[in-house]
Design a protein around this ligand. Structure first.
Ligand SMILES: NC(=O)c1ccc[n+]([C@@H]2O[C@H](COP(=O)([O-])OP(=O)(O)OC[C@H]3O[C@@H](n4cnc5c(N)ncnc54)[C@H](OP(=O)(O)O)[C@@H]3O)[C@@H](O)[C@H]2O)c1
Length: 414
């Protein structure tokens, strides 16, 4: 049975007399999903990956078989058409194929300058080529669902994940294309999962951005509801929008997200800088306290980005790259500091100033211009007060002062 274009579909319970294909089925999410599908009544699953199942995967597979399911594990590369054709034939021999979940994917994160064609295509192959082969080669069948595991990175952007975002954007577009053809399709823009899968180690980093990871149970419950929802594209993620928006300078957050976060962006000029809390604290602090205030601030932001325990702060001279910072985190730290000091900072910031101490000094001296002059005033203060005195002069006083200055200069020159 095929869905018509706008008709909401209800997914029938998973059938014991059908087979279901899970690409990436031996990965973190794939195995959780396999367990869930068996709990929901599926009895014939085909799981594919390029490699063989790891020992923990084998244990899960044995448990599923003990629960009465037939599990066919195939070594197949979904980006290769012949492998997909062979997989579909094998699935059909087990029982008529009624559902596909395409969860195969790889990460190869890196900032744009580190990317090359080979890295780009490695990330695109399982998603773009794989999804297309599945789309084309299943068209003769009677699918109840065709689900694509996409990512929230496509919607929100994610530092260093340009290739990954592009690959997943293809899945979203394919889901809409299939619906336009009257074929079942659902692309899920997943936020991060905890405990299992490719994002499990990054939970604290996401948390610092206001994004909470799903426990697998909650995620699978949401998956079941999304299947029955009837939309071609659904986003499943847990975001604390006000915290998420803290990473953008005021006026620079996408309008839709700013509205979700309840932040009034309207009326503020694009790129306009706020008067951040930190700057206010610096303005009211004693000049000699400002550097330590900045140091504390930099240490706090670095600890947050690194996902370290806030109760054990970083040593001022500890090199950030030695305590786990990578190039993506360095960008994130730069973005956070840029936002809180309210000034543009170079993307190489953490490479140029690799310790909290060096960063704090740079912000203090070069960015905020707070370095004390021998006379006690910070640079800029002397110019400001001279300008103030000039502004207070009348036209006649200004003309007389200029004339005196010119005469003095001419005398010096003669
Ligand atoms: N984990 C998350 O929080 C999260 C969030 C958003 C979206 N997603 C998406 O959800 C999907 C599953 O993620 P995961 O966390 O479970 O990742 P994972 O644990 O790394 O599993 C991905 C699986 O895909 C398989 N795979 C990769 N390329 C393949 C290919 N060409 N052909 C066949 N299999 C291939 C891998 O096995 P082999 O290397 O052996 O082939 C691996 O078992 C991915 O598409 C990911 O983009 C995950």
């Amino acid at each position: 049975m095929r869905a018509s274009r706008d008709e909401p579909r209800t997914v029938p319970p998973l059938r014991p007399d059908a087979s279901y294909l899970l690409t990436g089925g031996l990965g973190g999410l794939g195995l959780s999903l396999a367990r869930w599908m068996v709990e929901q009544g599926a009895r014939n699953l085909v799981l594919i990956g390029r490699g063989r199942p790891r020992p923990e995967a084998q244990e899960t597979l044995r448990a599923l078989e003990a629960a009465g399911a037939r599990i066919l594990v195939l070594q197949a590369d979904v980006s290769k058409r012949e492998d997909v054709r062979r997989t579909l034939e094998e699935a059909g021999r087990l029982a008529p194929l009624r559902g596909v979940v395409h969860a195969a994917g790889v990460l190869d994160d890196g900032v744009l300058l580190q990317q090359d064609w080979e890295r780009f295509t490695r990330v695109l192959a399982p998603k773009v080529d794989g999804a297309w082969h599945l789309h084309e080669l299943t068209q003769g069948g009677e699918l109840d669902f065709f689900v694509l595991f996409s990512s929230a990175a496509t919607l929100l952007g994610s530092p260093g994940q340009g290739s990954y975002a592009a690959a997943n954007a293809f899945l979203d577009a394919l889901a809409h294309h299939r619906r336009a053809l009257g074929l079942p399709a659902l692309s899920i823009n997943w936020g991060p999962w905890a405990e299992v899968g490719m994002a499990a180690q990054l939970a604290s980093r996401f948390q610092a951005q206001g994004i909470e990871a799903f426990s697998p149970d909650v995620a699978l419950g949401a998956f079941g509801r999304a299947l029955g929802h009837g939309q071609p594209q659904v986003t499943l993620m847990r975001v604390h929008w006000p915290r998420y928006l803290e990473q953008f300078p005021r006026g620079a957050a996408p309008t839709l997200l700013a509205e979700l976060g309840g932040r009034p962006e309207a009326g503020s000029e694009a790129g306009e800088r706020s008067s951040p809390e930190l700057r206010r604290r610096l303005e009211t602090a004693e000049p000699r306290q400002r550097l330590s205030l900045l140091m504390e601030h930099v240490q706090g932001e670095a600890v947050r980005v690194l996902g370290l325990d806030a109760s054990s702060p970083l040593e001022p001279r500890q090199r950030l790259f030695e305590v786990g910072m990578d190039s993506l985190m360095a960008l994130e730290l730069r973005n956070r500091l840029q936002n809180t000091v309210g000034a543009s900072l170079p993307s190489t910031l953490v490479f140029d100033y690799p310790t909290a101490e060096a960063l704090a000094s740079y912000l203090h001296d070069e960015v905020l211009g707070l370095r004390q002059q021998p006379g006690g005033s910070a640079p800029g203060e002397a110019e400001d007060s001279a300008l103030q005195r000039i502004m207070e002069l009348s036209q006649d006083e200004l003309a007389a002062s200029l004339e005196a200055k010119l005469s003095a200069l001419m005398e010096e020159g003669s």
